[in-house]
Design a protein around this ligand. Structure first.
Ligand code: MN
Length: 736
């Protein structure tokens, strides 16, 4: 049945002192006249829509100007009436509001997305001037969402998606909890009808049980509050809303039973926050609270003005549930947000304190909408605008875009690698670079809201262990870890095979004979508690099992002693390193250190050897081969463990790998030293990662620079370049 205008007027009269009801009646007649003959998709007269919108606004206790605008909001858009006519009948105030609510005229050369963007931009600009624009727009959208069943499914999904992207977040931003909830649930229902049905069936099946529990909880709270003389206004119980339940189930991948706030109770206290805390202590006295779930939004209100205490407790049956405690006033704000603050226009009020309230409200709204205002000023392009509008509404996440415009939602701090893995594991694994907004960036660059990210991939390229230091999503992290452990295993088998081969040759045993003897290798593996020959090789590669011991088992004690090269020769260094040189290495006579910091060859931290320097390898337990500079003071000590020393050599630097090296420069204490040195480094096209200047006690300058070099020769050039800078006393490499 169509709602009657008199009912709406009655509501406004009930909510507001002395409203201009004549204005509402005139707006109604005007709207009825001009929408005459128009029908909605349902077949009803079009007038139903503006009437229902006006009714929602009256329920929000808005003023007669808002309610009248609700009646007129579609007149300019959908009839022949223009804004000037509205102005001549209703004045500037309503005209401004109606204009803010009227979509821009259809421009045929604009894409659908651009049109939508322009419309939202227009609305946001209008609501900065008068927040009633957005309240009316929300009421309009709410009624349309409630009556969507007559539209085609595709259209429903599209409108619902827009609601979810733009209007529900705006409602949330303005603290309008009730509006937001209804918009979200209706959107959910229309975008994912199947999942909505499934979930609501699931919840409905449990509803009687849940409601019985809620009843028991409520009466328990009520009697305990009475026992303790704590006053209460109302106790409400509810089952979690479907959309937020669905989101939680999806996000946390949990079953419905594990949802903490599937049921919740709300205790409304009289208007003094002390009752909230009193009530809280009573609740915590009845049930055990879950400590990390207590939140005091009263002491620290959310920025949309929401205030409440939240606590989760373990109920009698072990069923956890949430309790929200707030005063009547806080409750009204939680449900209605800025609409609850809405007061009369100044001219209607004699009291000046009302002006202050209005001013305060305006400030609040401005604060809430400020990010949107800024966005509208910065961005010229309308599509950019709608994207950044969406972004500003969800500040916890960053939204980035593929070059094709697909939105990828990531947690704050995410990098292009997270983005790459979010697109596809394969894209992540083969990622070798990224462009943000067209510019090449480092993979560790933090993504900002609205960045357009292009991932550069190279086929057959592999993840790097280093990536773990800066990815933040679990998808990327897990995938990289998985890759590393697989790669590490195959590398270690490979390395173990080489080391065992080498040892066999040293004993003048045919390495083929040994390595092809699967049965014997398996037996030895079993001796070490391993099941397969491959595991034995991996264990050798990891440095857990020494090839010498494996050989001893293979040959038997007697033969082993007989063939032991260490017994035949005087020094280990002579034979060891020579034998290694002879037997391993790919065409060379040493194991080739492939690239830098491979999975099973790592650079020793103590000496940080530079490509081009003389190096030696040490098989360390679980880390594979650690490469030291031959000059490193630790090497002599490591030599004692001669079984673990291997000869290594640098592979060709075909990937242009760079390495950071710290340099300490001692200078005269005068100004401009740091600039002079960094200039000298930059002049020979060398990257600087870090540079800092200090003055030492003896009044010399100490400058520490970290440079990025390809090899030893490169570093030597850097050092001699720094030495030429006037005022430089000494240049010294750190960590060598
Ligand atoms: Mn409308």
């Amino acid at each position: 049945m169509m709602i009657r205008i008199e009912d709406i007027i009655e509501k406004v009269e009930g909510n507001r002192p002395d409203p201009d009801t004549e204005l509402i009646r005139r707006a109604y007649l005007f709207s009825a006249l001009h929408h005459r003959g128009q029908k909605r998709a349902s077949g009803e007269p079009y007038l139903v829509h503006p009437l229902e919108v006006a009714n929602i606004l009256a329920d929000m206790r808005l003023d007669e100007v808002s309610v009248s605008t609700g009646l007129l909001h579609d007149v300019v858009e959908d009839t022949l009436v223009d804004l000037d006519t509205i102005r001549s009948y209703f004045g500037d105030e309503i005209t401004l509001l109606v204009d803010g609510l009227t979509k821009i005229a259809h421009i045929s050369n604009l894409s659908k997305e651009k049109q939508q963007a322009e419309n939202v931009r227009k609305m946001v600009l209008a609501m900065i001037t008068d927040v009633r624009v957005v309240l009316i727009k929300l009421a309009d959208r709410l009624h349309n969402m409630r009556t969507m069943q007559f539209l085609k499914p595709e259209k429903r999904a599209r409108i619902a998606q827009e609601t979810l992207d733009i209007y529900a977040p705006i409602a949330h931003r303005l603290g309008m909890g009730k509006m937001r909830s209804e918009l979200e649930d209706l959107s959910f229902q229309n975008i994912y009808p199947e999942e909505y049905k499934k979930l609501s069936k699931e919840v409905d099946a449990r509803r009687p049980e849940l409601e019985a529990i809620l009843e028991r909880i409520k009466s328990m709270i009520s009697s305990k509050l009475a026992e303790n003389d704590v006053p209460v206004v109302a106790i409400e119980g509810r089952v979690k809303r479907l959309y937020s339940l669905w989101k939680k189930l999806k996000k946390q991948k949990i079953a419905i039973e594990q949802v903490y706030d599937l049921i919740a109770t709300r205790i409304i206290t009289p208007n003094d926050r002390k009752y909230c805390y009193l009530t809280l202590s009573v609740v915590h006295d009845i049930w055990t609270p879950v400590p990390e779930r207590f939140k005091d939004w009263i002491a620290i209100p959310r920025d949309n003005l929401y205030q409440s205490l939240h606590t989760s407790v373990i109920g009698d049956g072990g069923q956890p549930f949430e309790v929200q405690i707030r005063t009547e006033e806080m409750h009204q704000i939680a449900e209605e947000g800025v609409a609850a603050h809405w007061k009369y226009k100044e001219k209607k009020l004699g009291a000046s304190d009302e002006d202050e309230t209005l001013d305060e409200l305006r400030k609040t709204v401005e604060k809430l909408l400020l990010p949107l205002v800024e966005t509208t000023e910065v961005n010229e392009d309308s599509e950019d605008f709608i994207e950044s509008l969406k972004l500003d509404l969800y500040p916890k996440d960053v939204y980035a875009f593929t070059p094709m415009g697909k939105v990828i939602q990531l947690p704050k701090g995410a990098t292009p690698l997270d983005f790459a893995y979010a697109i596809h594991s394969e894209v992540g694994d083969t990622c070798t670079g990224a462009k943000i907004n067209g510019r090449i960036v480092q993979l560790r660059t933090e993504i900002q809201n609205g960045d357009v990210i292009e991932i550069l991939t190279t086929p057959n390229s592999k993840p790097s262990r280093d990536w773990l230091n800066f990815v933040v999503t679990s998808k990327a992290r897990n995938r990289i870890r998985h890759w590393i452990s697989e790669q590490q295993r195959s590398d270690s088998i490979e390395l173990g095979r080489k080391l065992l081969e080498k040892e066999a040759e040293r004993f003048r045993v045919s390495s083929k004979k040994l390595l092809n003897n699967e049965v014997e290798l398996k037996k030895i593996a079993n001796d070490y508690g391993l099941s397969r020959a491959e595991d034995l090789l991996a264990s050798i590669g990891y440095g857990k099992t020494l090839p010498r011991n494996v050989l001893s088992k293979f040959l038997g004690a007697e033969k082993f002693a007989e063939l032991d090269p260490d017994k035949r020769n005087q020094t280990r260094l002579e034979t060891g390193i020579k034998a290694v040189r002879k037997f391993i290495g790919l065409g060379e006579d040493a194991i080739i250190v492939k690239g830098v910091d491979n999975l099973l060859t790592t650079r020793a931290r103590c000496c940080n050897p530079l490509r081009g320097e003389d190096i030696v390898g040490y098989i360390s337990l679980g880390k594979g081969i650690v490469v030291h500079s031959k000059k490193c003071k630790n090497v002599r000590q490591l030599m004692i463990n001669k079984d673990r020393i291997v000869e290594v050599d640098w592979a060709k630097n075909d990937k242009d790998e760079i390495q950071s090296v710290a340099i300490m420069v001692t200078t005269e204490n005068r100004t401009g030293m740091l600039a002079g040195i960094t200039n000298a480094i930059a002049e020979i096209k060398t990257g600087i990662r870090d540079a800092r200047a200090n003055v030492s006690r003896d009044d010399t300058g100490i400058i520490e620079v970290t440079v990025e070099v390809y090899d030893k020769k490169h570093l030597d050039r850097v050092i001699s370049s720094i030495e030429k800078v006037p005022g430089v006393i000494a240049v010294e490499r750190q960590n060598a």
